[in-house]
Write a protein that binds this ligand. Structure first.
Ligand code: HEM
Length: 537
């Protein structure tokens, strides 16, 4: 019986050879697992399995299987694998980690009512104002573009959720929040804590010998203080009739109708805050990285945006309709560097069968987005005659390159002749009932910032003291379920003096939009806001 633990049972999809008891645990990748999973997918197929002790993991690197199992059969694949750390820190109330529980369903319902395309459009003015703030910050201190992008995504979601913006990166609301969130991410990394979900007996080790348990407690206390404090601040403002149309006001007004107690409201707000920040900033940072690394694509986008928008005004969301190349750049950034290369793990609520394979109840499923979108069989393209000659008239395998030209050729960027209909443009936002509830809000942020940044700036590699170019490293990414480029340097300059002037003027006009969100600021932040407006005048 012991020897059977860890073995791949009959009917499971194939996978790497197992050893007794551990199964594949000894070879489970702990860093950038999407690379190893992609290698295994090429060897074992679009549906392969791993055994971790008695637990089963299935990895999907086949878009048709994803469509069928994750979207169409979502009623049985919408669970999450158990997370002891998640339970310890958030009592199972973190929407992104929660199992398929009544609490998750309640939070999901609450987000669906408020994060629809129509509802998110109400938040466009603050997104637009923060996007102008980002341009202004980059214009004046281009070297801190990386943290200014993080400031953008944090401030937008603070305003949307709690009606209270954060005006500078250095403020505790940004740096403290990001530090704790990264500590929390580290605790969720495979291997960071003993495998209590698979071997519950390990939980009997007393807390004084388990640093990770003390870390969980500290993270829990810090997160509760922030998230619950923010809800209390919003509640207090509502008591004083100082409503400003924020998302949490709506939740608090409908709290009883939504069936949410105070604990749930606190963690709900916290989950949305976490879900919105690193993801949006990671996307924009990857976009900048790609523009620096691929000047030809940047040049074409500049030409298009100049043709459609011109010199004398900033782009608006409506302009995007007329900019197929900029739209292609937006899609290609998702494909080139998906922010969650393995999505977020789902788990099965019942046994499923697919193409003769058995996927038992309780299986963890990863969608290998990296492997799907970096498949040379699907994403090889030929650009033009010059490249054809360079490649000796052969198709070259280039999913690793940033080539927006894929998109005008097919909706999902697959090479001509390959059926990409199992993919969809929102694939990067997840699947079935678990699809990202912040998708529309995120898309507005992405579209606004992609257009603004391309309209306003030239992005070039940094140069050293001797004037030599320092190329960016397009592979230097942070570990974790949600990745981001590591901080990098580049030169960002305004494309024309008149565009710089427009940014200055538009920045002054944001004061009106910002005023209702500049509540509860610390004295330092208030002074910072007053100083930067004065300086702009
Ligand atoms: C570029 C931006 C973003 C990307 C690429 C992204 C992507 C994703 C992905 C892949 C998932 C996992 C879905 C699944 O399990 O199948 C997810 C879940 C989630 N996202 Fe996003 N997201 C983004 C922005 C946002 C924003 C702005 C918010 C909040 C307003 C948000 C809140 C969440 C939440 C709460 C979940 C968990 C949903 C659940 O488990 O039911 N995300 N996101």
């Amino acid at each position: 019986i012991v020897l059977k633990v860890g073995s791949r049972g009959k009917g499971l999809p194939p996978g790497p050879p197992t050893i007794p008891i551990l199964g594949n645990a000894h070879i489970f990748p702990t860093e950038f697992p999407h690379h190893k999973f992609t290698e295994w997918a090429r060897k074992y197929g679009g549906l392969f399995s791993l055994k971790i002790g008695n637990d089963t993991v299935v990895v999907l690197t086949d878009a048709a299987a994803v469509k069928e199992l994750m979207d169409k059969r979502s009623s049985t694949t919408a669970d999450r694998p158990p997370s002891y750390v998640g339970l310890l820190i958030t009592d199972g109330l973190h929407m992104a980690l929660a199992r398929f529980t009544p609490a998750w369903k309640t939070e999901r319902r609450a987000s669906a009512a408020i994060l629809t395309p129509r509802a998110t459009n109400q938040h466009l003015p603050i997104q637009r104002a923060e996007a102008i703030q980002l341009l202004y910050n980059i214009l004046h201190s281009p070297q801190s573009f990386y943290t200014d992008i993080q400031l953008y995504s944090t401030s937008v979601i603070y305003s949307v959720l709690h009606g209270r913006r954060v005006p500078q990166y250095e403020t505790e609301e940004v740096t403290g929040f990001i530090a704790v969130m990264h500590e929390w991410d580290a605790l969720l990394e495979p291997g960071a804590v003993p495998p209590i979900d698979a071997i519950p007996i390990l939980n009997l080790i007393p807390e004084r010998w388990e640093k990770w348990k003390r870390d969980c407690k500290r993270v829990r206390d810090l997160q509760r203080a922030r998230y619950f404090g923010l809800v209390e601040e919003t509640r207090e403002r509502m008591r004083r009739n100082r409503h400003n149309g924020s998302f949490m006001e709506d939740v608090l007004e409908r709290q009883a109708e939504l069936g949410m107690d105070d604990e749930m409201v606190g963690w709900f707000g916290g989950t949305l805050l976490e879900g919105a920040t690193d993801t949006t900033s990671s996307y924009i940072q990857s976009l900048v990285l790609a523009l620096v690394a691929y000047p030809e694509a940047q040049k074409k986008a500049h030409e298009e945006i100049d043709r459609v928008v011109g010199e004398h005004r900033m782009p608006t969301l409506e302009d995007l309709e007329q900019m197929p190349y900029v739209r292609a750049i937006i899609s290609e950034t998702h494909r080139f560097r998906p922010i969650a290369p393995l999505g977020a793990p789902h788990a099965t609520l019942a046994t499923e069968e697919y193409h003769g394979y058995i996927i038992p109840k309780g299986t963890t499923i990863f969608v290998n987005m990296w492997g799907i979108f970096h498949d040379p069989g699907k994403f090889t393209i030929v650009l033009d005659s010059v490249q054809l000659i360079l490649c000796s008239l052969a198709l070259f395998d280039n999913p690793e390159d940033f080539i927006p030209e894929r998109y005008p050729l097919s909706e999902n960027g697959t090479k001509p002749g390959v059926d990409g209909s199992d993919l969809r443009p929102t694939f990067y936002f997840g699947f079935g009932r678990r699809i990202c509830p912040g998708m529309y809000l995120a898309q507005n942020s992405i579209n606004l910032n992609a257009m603004n940044l391309l309209w306003a700036f030239d992005f070039k590699p940094d140069i050293d003291m001797n004037g030599n170019t320092i190329p960016v490293d397009i592979f230097a990414y942070r570990k974790g379920i949600a990745t981001a480029p590591l901080p990098f340097k580049c030169r960002i300059t305004p494309r024309t003096a008149s565009k710089a002037r427009i940014i200055e003027n538009e920045f002054l006009e944001t004061a009106d939009t910002f005023s209702k969100f500049e509540v509860g600021l610390s004295p330092e932040d208030k002074e910072f806001v007053a100083r930067s407006r004065e300086h702009a005048r």
